[in-house]
Design a protein around this ligand. Sequence first.
Ligand SMILES: [Zn+2]
Length: 116
Amino acid sequence: MKCIKCNRESLSENSNYCPYCGAAQKPVFTVTFPEKNNFSQSKCYVYDSTTNKTLRICEFKGTAVLPYIKDLSIKVSAGGYRGKPVIKTAPGKVYNLVGDYSGKLVFVEEGKENAK
Ligand SMILES: [Zn+2]
């Protein structure tokens, strides 16, 4: 079995993480929502950005784990004036939603918080 990130062959069938690069091997895409604010709705939503179908509903500070599907883009919503950013899913990626200077939600890849 090959690592989905570095492509090295070494993984057993049940490995969750690559021993070389540490990448999560499950073909999932993870998004964590921020804390609730005054303008928030009661829940956070993840939609398929093409069909607008609701894929996940989760709590504030909660995490949505989605299967990676080729060419799937998701749209997220936490209410108020925070916008509905869209991102293309990629296997093994972990994103945190953070508020920018104006309070709008932006996707930040985990581990790259300071790489703006
Ligand atoms: Zn690897």
